[in-house]
Design a protein around this ligand. Structure first.
Ligand code: ZN
Length: 381
């Protein structure tokens, strides 16, 4: 295979994208599983993360080389108003914007948004700290209070083409008002985009925003760390019920934190876990955890969830005890567990910003049925 990137002596070329992406993919602070995406561009080429690849440990083969002008054209083209027809037409144009040799890879669902920024590097992530703010009641007011007028705030919207178009309209309005192009975009119930011409500037922007959020949240990190289930006898009863419903070969992992135990004791856990917060939570553990009070409820509740969602819930919350990540494979269970711990952290952080705010049901429904996210979910198993 021919080398994908040419020499990159000054650290401003596409080879720097691989190193940058690996750093932001490592350690779970910025993204989990296949979440987040990164890109590099010049006037003719845009390299963007391929859908389903994890930033953690990514190599050059994890990026798709696209024709930058063809991507820009998608955002000014006319598409059908009906959702499924529009998404199919956009997907076809995205496929056509790939360079020859890239046929086997599928560009990230946020490729169009990457193409919007007139900056060399774009790093899009979903840190729990950031989503504590974007999934909170305070929302945009919190962004203004902490970060001033410069970052763009985009109210919750469907991902992909619809999101890219919403951001383009907001930026066009800003530019028309004589303001500069934003380098930070906060997406409600989703995450953050950071754009800059150098790796150093990307790092500086991220370090500043993460430090500001860290100083704002009043949560002891130890309260969000994985802990053991407190009651082994109760845990055994739940595990037996799960084995009976999910099958003996299912992978089952316990999940508990001190913060979750306190929320349960205060009677506040069920409300804080009613729905998913962001697209990643929907893709990797489902549109909501299944919250139950007794193992005796499990069989009927899982059957009802499955008939509605098409798959069994991957997170079963056992009131007064903790939760279980349940999936057909060990990898899928571990990913669901990681995303649920992230969900718990977000719920805790939102308490510093006026309380939680779930993704609206209409947006949840779009993602549950969106072909692009079904693809991402399928390749994670
Ligand atoms: Zn995202």
């Amino acid at each position: 295979m021919k080398p994908m990137y040419s020499a990159d002596g000054d650290g401003s070329g596409p080879a720097a994208l691989v190193e940058l992406s690996r750093r932001y993919g490592a350690a779970g602070r910025y993204v989990l599983a296949g979440g987040g995406n990164t890109s590099w561009k010049n006037a003719t080429d845009l390299y963007v993360k391929a859908s389903g690849h994890s930033l953690d440990g990514i190599g050059p083969e994890g990026f798709v080389r696209m024709r930058a002008p063809a991507l820009a054209a998608v955002l000014t083209a006319d598409y059908p108003a009906e959702s499924a027809a529009r998404e199919a037409a956009v997907l076809a144009d995205l496929e056509a914007a790939k360079y020859p040799g890239e046929e086997a890879k599928r560009p990230s669902v946020e490729t169009l948004l990457h193409g919007l920024f007139p900056f060399r590097f774009v790093v899009h992530t979903h840190p729990a700290l950031v989503n504590g703010l974007t999934c909170s009641a305070e929302g945009e007011a919190g962004v203004r209070r902490l970060f001033g007028p410069d970052p763009l705030w985009i109210p919750v919207t469907d991902p992909g083409y619809v999101l890219a178009l919403a951001v383009k309209k907001a930026i066009d309005a800003r530019l028309a008002a004589g303001r500069s192009f934003p380098q930070v975009v906060y997406l409600q119930n989703h995450g953050v985009f950071v754009a800059a011409d150098s790796v150093r500037e990307i790092d500086e922007i991220y370090a500043a925003l993460m430090a500001r959020l860290e100083a704002e949240v009043a949560v002891d990190p130890a309260d969000l760390a994985p802990a053991a289930l407190a009651d082994p006898a109760a845990a055994a009863a739940w595990e037996a019920a799960i084995a009976a419903v999910y099958g003996l070969s299912a992978a089952v992992l316990p999940v508990a934190t001190a913060d979750l135990s306190r929320l349960m004791a205060a009677g506040a856990a069920e409300a804080a876990l009613e729905y998913a917060f962001t697209p990643d939570h929907i893709v990797y553990f489902g549109y909501k955890p299944l919250y139950l009070r007794s193992p005796a409820e499990l069989a009927a509740a899982v059957a009802a969830y499955e008939s509605d969602d098409g798959r069994k819930p991957r997170i079963v919350v056992a009131h007064g005890l903790g939760a279980f990540a349940c999936a057909a494979t060990a990898k899928a269970a571990a990913t669901a567990r990681a995303l649920f711990l992230d969900d718990l952290a977000i719920a805790a952080y939102t308490r510093s910003f006026g309380g939680h705010r779930f993704m609206p049901r209409a947006n949840i429904e779009f993602i549950r049925h969106w072909e692009a996210e079904k693809y991402r979910s399928a390749v994670s198993n």
